[in-house]
Design a protein around this ligand. Structure first.
Ligand SMILES: *[C@@H]1O[C@H](CO)[C@@H](O)[C@H](O)[C@H]1NC(C)=O
Ligand SMILES: *[C@@H]1O[C@H](CO)[C@@H](O)[C@H](O)[C@H]1NC(C)=O
Ligand SMILES: *[C@@H]1O[C@H](CO)[C@@H](O)[C@H](O)[C@H]1NC(C)=O
Length: 321
């Protein structure tokens, strides 16, 4: 019996090595890989009165779990630091997630800090220092403001509705969807796998007419808003590892409020998992690191405890700062 188990184990480990070495493109083997990626998340300013007793800024746990589920760790980034301090943080982390919420995308502290990181990321990538950014909902809107240099958002209300994506032909050659099984790609266009909770967005027309946006991003999908305007729902940078979704991949696995249309089907969960892994894998390509393990440990969100919020918000848990 134990003999059988031993040979099974041997066989398995051989099979595994074999398929890994076959599946890994040679290029990746030659690139240095960082298997301890840390993704930064900017805190959001509390505006909702029910949250005020808990703190001045917060991060919903669902975004943190999204990164953790992809094999990464999260560093919360406060909005009160100076440019030199943000530069230092940039050298420590391996990617950024701009989350959803409600903030002025040009004048808020959130916008100020995002712009500092965006400029650092552009420069780093230009110099061959790979650094990915993912924007979800308002985070995607923020990316469009940063790239266009102006706020071009318009009413594209799709509030509390799950939708299939209207994928463009570019989606099939995208990096974001590259590893997706055909069955999931099909489901993505037919089943309501993407939760929408927004009033503003970028219209397809604005995207197509704006030279800066059109040359920077590939358009991977569109959707139709309540006012029948077609809006941009998924984009990825042509030359930069920057990604944006107007919808919320994290809710598929980590938010459960019954009044909100969070997709929880098996395909919805698979979509969320694959995107989390995709983005964290992008983070693996960044070799930034902390100066020492102590600094790393004290910077991570593991130092903070989330608060149960399922009985007074649409979120299950929130981190406050
Ligand atoms: C899908 O997008 C194309 C343009 O990219 C548009 O012509 C078509 O009407 C859209 N279909 C739906 C169902 O939104
Ligand atoms: C946006 O459009 C929707 C649907 O037409 C409308 O109900 C809503 O009041 C508009 N919102 C804003 C902020 O203009
Ligand atoms: C929510 O639940 C917590 C306990 O889990 C409780 O302390 C708190 O008062 C509740 N909040 C509301 C608004 O009901």
């Amino acid at each position: 019996m134990s003999n059988t188990r031993f040979s099974t184990y041997l066989c398995f480990s051989f099979a595994c090595c074999f398929c890994c070495s076959k599946a890994m493109p040679t290029k990746l083997n030659q690139e240095a890989v960082n298997d301890r990626p840390v993704i930064g998340i900017l805190t959001q300013i509390v505006t909702d009165d029910v949250l005020k007793p808990f703190g001045r800024t917060f991060i919903p746990s669902s975004y943190v779990k999204f990164i953790e589920s992809g094999g990464g760790r999260v560093m919360p980034i406060r909005l009160t630091l100076n440019t030199a301090e943000y530069k230092k943080i940039f050298e420590n982390i391996n990617g950024l997630l701009f989350i959803g919420g409600a903030a002025d995308l040009e004048t808020s502290d959130f916008a100020r800090v995002a712009k500092i990181f965006y400029s650092l990321a552009l420069k780093a990538n230009n110099e061959g220092d790979f650094f990915p950014i993912w924007g979800t909902c308002m985070g995607m809107q923020l990316l469009t403001v940063l790239v266009a240099g102006e706020n071009l958002l318009a009413n594209t209300t799709a509030e509390n509705i799950a939708l299939p994506l209207n994928l463009t032909t570019e989606a099939s050659s995208s990096r974001m969807f590259e590893g997706f099984p055909n069955k999931l790609m099909r489901a993505l266009t037919q089943e309501p796998l993407t939760g929408n909770f927004h009033h503003y967005g970028l219209t397809l027309e604005t995207f197509q007419e704006n030279e800066k946006l059109r040359s920077f991003f590939s358009l991977l999908s569109t959707n139709v808003a309540e006012n029948e305007v077609h809006f941009v729902s998924t984009i990825e940078g042509k030359r930069y590892p920057f990604y944006g979704v107007q919808w919320h991949p994290e809710v598929n696995r980590f938010q459960w409020n019954r009044k909100l249309n969070f997709p929880h089907s098996a395909h919805a969960v698979q979509l969320s998992s694959l995107l989390a892994e995709f983005f964290v894998n992008e983070g693996r390509r960044s070799l930034h690191q902390f100066d020492n393990p102590e600094e790393e440990a004290s910077s991570l969100i593991y130092n903070n405890t989330p608060v149960y919020a399922g009985n007074f918000t649409g979120y299950e848990q929130l981190y406050f700062f």
